[in-house]
Design a protein around this ligand. Structure first.
Ligand code: ZN
Length: 329
């Protein structure tokens, strides 16, 4: 080991706290983590100062010094700015934070540069950071994965494509239209037939309601109306209810249509799914694979699976991976 090895810092800043991770930059190993609490009454500068204190104590606890920090990346929810930024190295502040409004407009880049001059600083949206986690610490590290297509399944349907370590940020991947039928479901964006209208928390519930309207025997009717949610639907599917199984099979078919289309654009080697609903991804996978395999033009079939990284670690691993990449290149 070098006598003065570089370290990189990853941050996952959420409404309750900021999780900090210290990484060994050469090996990529996550050495230690700590969380600083965020109290709503704190000002932006006080939040930042708290993050720095936690970082410095954590760095010392790993046997390193602050002077060894080569780079840092902060991942957080919200709209990040400036709006023209395309790369994490160009992002420097939060335009609109959904959880910590006092941070709106606060320049983390400026504050970090002042605190630790010479440290390379990056920022990334938390959903994209989870994607980077799969690229740096998950499926992206498997041999022959040069192009990774990723989806986040939750309240909405987000997505990204990473090609050779560069993220393509599609404008609205979840709003690609996959159903042009007359009975296509209306999406929150106002259009009909968007993938998100079928493959999301609300979408899966509406698919279930459609099936319930046609099938009086499905146990989906036992779920109280106000408790209809992908999780109890998945539980019924696992218990053998055909209506619940069909709900997930249909969601898989529509996600399969989206993958079919994207595949014809950029031929991903792997497809990875994260987010709350990814825990039920196994219920969708057979219909996704069945649909995608029907493509008569393309033989190169991608690996398709749910992320193996826990949601609690994805943000910090993605941020750390980006910070490490910034000093390796
Ligand atoms: Zn839409």
């Amino acid at each position: 080991m070098a006598s003065n090895p570089k370290i990189a810092i990853g941050y996952d800043l959420g409404g309750q706290g900021c999780k900090t991770g210290v990484f060994e930059a050469n090996s990529g190993e996550l050495l230690s983590t700590a969380t600083s609490k965020i109290i709503p009454s704190l000002s932006a500068q006080q939040v930042f100062d708290g993050i720095c204190r936690t970082t410095e104590a954590l760095v010392r606890s790993t046997g390193h010094s602050v002077s060894q920090i080569a780079s840092a990346c902060l991942a957080t929810a919200g709209t990040l700015g400036p709006e023209s930024a395309q790369e994490p190295s160009e992002i420097d502040h939060i335009l609109i934070s959904p959880n910590i409004p006092q941070l709106n407009g606060f320049s983390f880049r400026h504050a970090f540069n002042k605190q630790w001059p010479g440290v390379r600083f990056l920022m990334e949206n938390d959903a994209n950071a989870a994607g980077w986690a799969d690229w740096f610490y998950g499926i992206g590290q498997e041999k022959e994965v040069n192009t990774l297509l990723g989806f986040t399944l939750g309240t909405g349907l987000g997505g990204y494509i990473i090609i050779n370590g560069r993220m393509i940020r599609p404008a609205e991947l979840g709003h690609v239209i996959v159903d042009y039928g007359e009975d296509a479901l209306q999406c929150g964006c106002g259009c009909y037939g968007c993938t998100e209208a079928y493959v999301s928390k609300g979408g899966i519930c509406r698919l279930a309601q459609r099936i319930m309207a046609k099938d009086p025997d499905t146990k989906l009717h036992t779920i109280p109306v106000d408790a209809l949610d992908p999780l109890p639907i998945a539980e019924l599917a696992r218990a053998g209810d055909q209506g619940a199984q069909e709900t997930y099979a249909q969601a898989g078919k529509y996600l399969g249509r989206l993958i079919w289309n994207i595949r014809r654009v950029c031929l991903p080697d792997a497809v990875v799914v994260s987010g709350n609903i990814s825990r039920s991804f196994d219920l969708m996978l057979p219909s996704i694979e069945e649909y995608v395999r029907q493509d008569p033009l393309l033989e190169h079939f991608p690996v398709i699976r749910a992320t193996g990284l826990g949601a609690d670690k994805a943000g910090i691993l993605g941020a750390g991976g980006l910070a490490i990449q910034a000093v390796r290149t």
